[in-house]
Design a protein. Structure first.
Length: 724
């Protein structure tokens, strides 16, 4: 297998030997650090290079250059590494015991080799019933070993096929699970399906395979795939569609091909209805349909009168204030009246303005009138918080709609609507266009809708700005709460959030008992060391809290020395250093350890774990190649091949924190984050902190972010459709 070709002109050397240990393997690019036993050499040799897949016990031959690494000593920097199955008993035992095959760990590997010697692979492959001759292996374990061996053979073939076609990746397991034994046939027929169907394989990887397989750079099939990929990427940036000229320009840059080919491909896609054009935007059909559905259903809702039974507000008001123990302000009373007289209503406002009290009061009055209410939120954490503040069960939107991962649809829809008279949706700013269209589809014809959220926060991660577009359209009645209540006025987190939202610098001169601090640091290293000290020592000492569970570092971006990737590596070593006696998993560029804090990075409907859910690793089983993660007390099992769905979560992006609250938040903010310094980003990060917030960094960066009130433009026609 070919590895890095950027070798020096030094004479090539080589070696052959058995892999004792895989010290490091990056599944993204195949980069590996191997410890190899070489005949004639007393010490184990280190080999570094790229290899698609490798396990302890395998025999390798490597060609490269010997280099003296300052930290790790002499090692062979290999330009090529070739692997073959082990033939010696020692190698076979290491290979089988490496965790490669589910059901076989070091103990059973030893037993199998003692029983079947060098014939063990043949026994597993062709005479697996004989495995039951080994003590401890019954029918169930034997079947598991046989199935895992068969899958591993196919996966390895796929992996070698991908690697031979220019890709070093461990996405082979997902490709196999998606396409089965037809994997290579599917990829050969149209490699661009990989970018569409397989999480983690992007267009460029699929394009590399396509070119290796002989698909011409100026082919229509490539141009069509490029256009669809460009629109899909735009969705990831929050757009519902793109203007025609911009779509063509971006695709030409992506493909590096003639614009005439791309224009022709676009016309064919439009004729085939794979894309749709509605001036001024070109859409993927499903997104255009979702926008249309939202606009139609929201206009219909807004045109209908309330169908609640008569409510005497002069009696209901003192009753509900007695129930909650809180007197409602004039603005809240007016909002309450509007909620009881409207078919659909938006309630928006920042922290501390009484949204929670208002919603709780509305629900108490309506439930007193036997109105059946359902509550939902986009994330598990937001739903849990809604439950805590109202005393009523709240579900995630996906769970409420009974999402079916196999077919990609929802059990609850227009044909089987939700059973409710009122649907309350919290954290509505987080809901994207596709999800909101599904939610409206499941709303009964007689039901009311109450949308609650802070429109000044970051918009949804997915396409569209649903809450903002609804408010801007003027079609739906909106209540905007602005008065900060007395109990919230003592919080500098809340007062500074409102200052930032108004375009004013936060008050940085706090007293010792304040809940908000700004620590000025100009240098990156000083910023990092201050953050580590805050998380490990100073904040836990002040709040008496768990540094892993209760403190969240929120970064503006993933990349850079103060991005989530590097901060996670530092925080992991600081808060959860590796213990030699415990198993670890090296997967997809990260090392996962017991007790690690992790975040789900995409929706997994089978596991009922959603993008943004945070958990802790509670178990790692190398024999079964499984890790168990606890999400709010619910244990969820991941195959090692599924760990690309999670990332370390000691530090996460502010975008990923939406819908969550944390006891304490630490926010690095420097000019390194220049491209993302926007008011709504800082505002969102600040309002994630419940008890304590510290911003560490440069005043210049803070000032720039506060002054930049222009949110990035999102291409969508929802607001115009609502007004149409």
């Amino acid at each position: 297998m070919r590895g890095d070709e950027n070798q020096s002109a030094a004479p090539q050397d080589g070696l052959a030997g058995m892999v004792e240990r895989v010290t490091y393997h990056n599944e993204e690019n195949g980069y590996s650090v191997l410890r190899v036993t070489v005949k004639g050499k007393r010490d184990i040799v280190t080999v570094v290079g790229n290899v698609a897949d490798v396990s302890a016990g395998e025999w390798i031959t490597a060609q490269g250059v010997w280099v003296q690494d300052r930290e790790h000593g002499l090692q062979l920097k290999a330009g090529s590494i070739h692997c073959s199955a082990p033939t010696s008993r020692e190698g076979i035992e290491k290979y089988l015991g490496s965790g490669l095959i589910k059901g076989i760990g070091p103990v059973y590997a030893k037993k199998l080799v003692e029983k079947f010697h060098e014939e063990v692979f043949t026994i597993i492959d062709q005479f697996s019933v004989r495995l039951e001759e080994v003590p401890g292996i019954g029918k169930g374990r034997r079947q598991k070993i046989r199935a895992a061996w068969a899958e591993q053979k196919v996966v390895r073939e796929i992996m070698l096929f991908l690697h031979a076609n220019g890709v070093s990746t461990n996405r082979a397991v997902r490709i196999y699970k998606t396409y089965g034994e037809a994997a290579m046939e599917t990829v050969r027929a149209n490699p661009y399906t990989l970018a569409k169907d397989i999480p983690g394989i992007g267009f460029k990887s699929a394009d590399t395979i396509a070119q290796k397989l002989g698909i011409a750079p100026d082919s229509i099939i490539r141009a069509r795939a490029g256009l669809i990929h460009t629109l899909a990427e735009a969705m990831g940036d929050g757009h519902c569609g793109l203007p025609r000229d911009l779509l063509l320009k971006k695709t030409v840059v992506l493909l590096g091909t003639d614009s005439a080919i791309v224009s022709e491909a676009l016309e064919r896609l439009l004729v085939d209805a794979d894309l749709v054009f509605e001036d001024p935007l070109i859409y993927l059909p499903a997104l255009r349909a979702a926008e249309q559905e939202i606009a139609t259903r929201m206009r219909n809702l807004a045109a209908k009168p309330s169908s609640y039974p008569p409510i005497a507000i002069e009696k209901a008001l003192p009753w509900v204030e007695g129930k909650t123990g809180k007197a409602l302000a004039i603005t809240q009373v007016e909002a309450l009246k509007q909620a009881l007289s409207s078919r659909v209503l938006v309630i928006t406002g920042g922290p501390g303005v009484g949204k929670t009290t208002l919603v709780h009061s509305i629900l108490l009055i309506l439930r007193g009138k036997k109105i059946h209410c359902l509550l939902c939120a986009p994330t598990g954490r937001a739903a849990k918080r809604l439950t805590e503040t109202t005393g009523l069960e709240a579900k995630t939107i996906h769970r409420l709609l009974e999402y079916q991962p196999a077919g990609g649809g929802c059990t609850r829809d227009a044909g089987r609507p939700l059973d409710c008279d009122l649907l309350v949706t919290d954290e509505t700013s987080m809901i994207d266009v596709p999800l909101f269209s599904k939610l409206l589809r499941a709303l009964p014809a007689h039901a009311h809708l109450l949308l609650v959220g802070d429109v000044d926060q970051l918009p949804s991660v997915g396409p569209g700005s649903v809450l903002g577009d609804i408010i801007r359209s003027g079609v739906v009645p909106v209540v905007r709460l602005t008065e900060i209540f007395r109990q919230a006025q003592g919080s500098r987190i809340i007062s500074n959030a409102h200052r930032i939202n108004a375009g004013q610098l936060p008050d940085l001169e706090g007293s010792a008992d304040s809940d908000f601090f700004f620590i000025e640091r100009e240098e990156v290293e000083a910023t990092r060391s201050t953050i580590l000290d805050l998380v490990k020592t100073r904040i836990p000492k002040r709040l008496g809290c768990d540094p892993v569970q209760d403190i969240q570092v929120l970064c503006p971006m993933n990349r850079g020395t103060l991005g989530t990737r590097q901060m996670n590596a530092l925080l992991q070593e600081t808060l959860n250093p590796r213990r030699p006696e415990e198993p670890v998993v090296e997967s997809f560029g990260s090392q996962f350890r017991l007790r690690d804090k992790v975040i789900q990075t995409r929706n997994n409907y089978d596991k009922e774990v959603f993008n943004g859910d945070i958990g802790r690793i509670s178990a790692i089983n190398p024999d079964e190649r499984e890790a168990t993660i606890s999400f709010d007390g619910r244990e969820v099992v991941y195959d090692f091949g599924e760990l690309d769905e999670i990332s370390p979560a000691y530090a996460i992006t502010i975008h990923k924190s939406q819908g969550s609250e944390f006891p304490a938040v630490v926010l690095p903010l420097t000019m390194q984050h220049y491209l993302l310094l926007q008011r709504n980003l800082i505002y969102t990060g600040l309002t994630r902190g419940k008890r304590f917030v510290v911003i560490v960094g440069e005043k210049k960066a803070l000032g720039l972010a506060v002054r930049n009130g222009q949110a990035a433009q999102r291409f969508s026609a929802l607001s115009e459709r609502l007004r149409a």
